[in-house]
Write a protein that binds this ligand. Structure first.
Ligand SMILES: Cc1ncc(C[n+]2csc(CCOP(=O)(O)OP(=O)(O)O)c2C)c(N)n1
Length: 573
């Protein structure tokens, strides 16, 4: 019989769940836990500089590895600092277990030092939460937390543990449950075969079909099945911002990202489609534009593991609830058995139309020999990394340029905050990626606004030798805000510029012990990028001056349909 304290049980339970790294920051309420971590070797701990970063690192670790990320914070301010990270993971359905210390049980409700009702604070942004009441419940609670976080539609689970429950002086017998029993939580394991058959029939009869796929394909580990299905059918495929990499970005069947900043051809094809096969996507407002004008002529098939997502924003004709990989596998099996073939003539005509749309816009942008365009920087990044780097981003124009111009070939290669749109995500995310894949090349595409939201993590990067390549598209402003102000507020740049107050990022990087590089001229870009990526073991902060007046196009016109877009500053559909 093994007797362990609550803190030891927690650490042992994490080990039994296969956890190798915890991202966190200590404080009074978690000191027993930190002491237990100190006295073992199986789990390593990454000490961040701000708890928000711990949550983002754990989240990106999960996005890269497919495993559940774990972060740890103390009560009160430590716990509240994780809130943005929890909401980020929640919006993108990322499995995360967030462990917070709480004040000792008999002080709860007394406004004790560093007391916050973190379970209450986070209730709308977690998949589930636990406040542990008894020490001996810790192992089973951890088991449940991992199970809930990672099954069905994944999401963050919070476990709040009062300090007295981790007291090293009180020990209990340790048993880690082999199975979880949760009465009111049932996960669908299989899509309905009859519905899958209906979908196959509809796809076979389609004349203008399109696959529209999202983050559910990535999280559901079904990129291989999707790719096989799309190639088998020969239909166009578009990905959401979260779905990029779910289908190879360099495949001719790929028509690019869709939605607010999607390609002309993807949005046009969606608008004119007669059958839309939506997989692991949630008809987000950044995709649909005005819902009443969305895909006016299409029959819609929707595959999703979460029944609550089906017909939430857009009515669907054939709902299929189930894990995406299983549903796609069954669909492929049904296709093997059928003699039906897609309508070849109609599909050829459809491709002709799509190719014409592709040629019409082609993601063109104007260049200038003296001034770098942000699009050029992403294209150079793609070349230098051979399209194989893991790219994280922050939020703004740079994020959209990265999504548009880096052709993601693999799932889990594009790591960004799509749902919440969290500035400050990119750098800690890149660090989390490197913990998951230490040998990968990881670049963080950011803006001078976003990078300053978690810039303190440069210190963590030095401590743990995270050789992130930071690609700062420095446009001297909160570019995306400025773009909206240009387009909707007659160019009144209210609080979107810094009036000469930006730091010298080169000196800043050097102050943190890293390499800084400044690029101001188009002619220097490629050489500088090569130099930066050749410094394999070093963090390099590339501060790249780009045209501050550049906008992201295409851009859907508010309240229009998907085909209503600005294509440049002066040209609209
Ligand atoms: C935490 C947070 N605050 C505010 C915003 C609103 N916002 C969206 S994009 C943006 C500007 C981002 O500027 P920068 O990081 O410099 O990127 P750029 O758009 O210039 O590429 C802002 C303020 C946000 N997404 N996240």
């Amino acid at each position: 019989m093994e007797l362990l304290s609550g803190a030891e049980m927690l650490v042992r339970a994490l080990k039994d769940e296969g956890v190798e790294t915890v991202f966190g920051y200590p404080g009074g309420a978690v000191l027993h836990i930190y002491d237990a971590l100190f006295q073992q070797k199986s789990i390593s701990h990454v000490l961040v500089r701000h708890e928000q970063a711990a949550a983002h690192m754990a989240d990106a670790f999960s996005r890269t590895s497919g495993k559940t990320g774990v972060c740890l914070a103390t009560s009160g301010p430590g716990a509240t600092n994780t809130v943005t990270g929890i909401a980020t993971a929640y919006m993108d359905s990322i499995p995360l277990v967030v462990i917070t210390g709480q004040v000792q049980s008999d002080w709860i409700g007394d406004d004790a030092f560093q007391e916050t009702d973190i379970v209450g604070c986070t209730r709308p942004i977690v998949k589930h939460s636990f406040m542990v009441k008894k020490t001996e419940d810790i192992p089973a609670t951890i088991k449940k937390a991992f199970y809930i976080a990672s099954t069905g539609r994944p999401g963050p689970v919070l476990v709040d543990i009062p300090k007295d429950l981790t007291n090293p002086a009180i020990t209990y017998e340790y048993n880690y449950p082999a199975k979880v029993k949760l009465r009111s939580y049932n996960v669908v394991s299989k899509g309905h075969s009859g519905q899958i058959k209906k979908a196959v029939d509809l796809l076979m009869a389609a004349k203008r079909p399109i696959f529209y796929t999202g983050g559910g394909v990535i999280q559901g580990n079904s990129a291989a099945e999707l790719t096989e299905l799309v190639r088998k059918m020969g239909f166009p495929c578009t990905n959401t911002l979260m779905g990029l990499g779910g289908f190879p970005g360099d495949d001719p069947l790929f028509v690019g990202m869709l939605g607010m900043h999607g390609t002309y051809e993807a949005n046009m094809a969606m608008h004119h489609a007669d059958v839309v096969m939506a997989i692991g996507a949630r008809f987000d407002d950044r995709v649909t534009n005005h819902t009443s004008k969305f895909c006016p002529n299409a029959k819609i098939i929707h595959v999703d593991v979460d029944p609550a997502s089906i017909a939430k924003n857009i009515p669907v004709d054939i709902p299929i609830v189930g894990p995406v990989d299983q549903v796609l596998k069954e669909m492929l099996e049904q296709l093997e058995k059928t003699d039906e073939k897609p309508d070849q003539q109609a599909i050829e005509a459809w491709w002709k139309q799509i190719d014409a749309w592709r040629a019409y816009h082609g993601m063109r942008y104007e260049t200038n020999p003296d001034l770098l365009k942000p699009q050029q920087v992403i294209e150079a990044l793609y070349q230098v990394t051979n399209g194989e780097a893991i790219i994280t981003s922050d939020v703004g124009q740079h994020q959209m340029f990265a999504a548009q111009y880096y052709k993601f070939k693999h799932p889990r290669q594009w790591i960004n905050s799509g749902g919440l749109g969290t500035m400050g995500f990119g750098l800690p995310a890149a660090m989390g990626c490197l913990v998951a894949r230490p040998d990968a090349t990881v670049a963080c595409v950011t803006g001078e606004g976003s990078i300053q939201m978690n810039i303190q993590e440069l210190s963590t990067c030095l401590q743990y030798h995270f050789p992130v390549k930071i690609i700062n598209l420095n446009n001297q402003s909160l570019g995306m805000v400025r773009q909206w102000q240009d387009m909707q507020y007659q160019g009144r740049h209210s609080s979107s510029t810094y009036e000469e107050s930006l730091p010298d990022f080169i000196k800043l990087a050097e102050a943190y012990g890293h390499v800084g590089m400044r690029v101001t001229k188009p002619a220097d870009l490629e050489g500088a990028m090569k130099e930066a990526f050749d410094l394999k073991d070093r963090l390099v902060f590339m501060d790249i001056s780009v045209d501050p007046t550049e906008h992201v196009y295409p851009m859907q016109i508010k309240d229009g349909s998907m085909r209503d877009m600005w294509l440049s500053k002066t040209e609209r559909t």
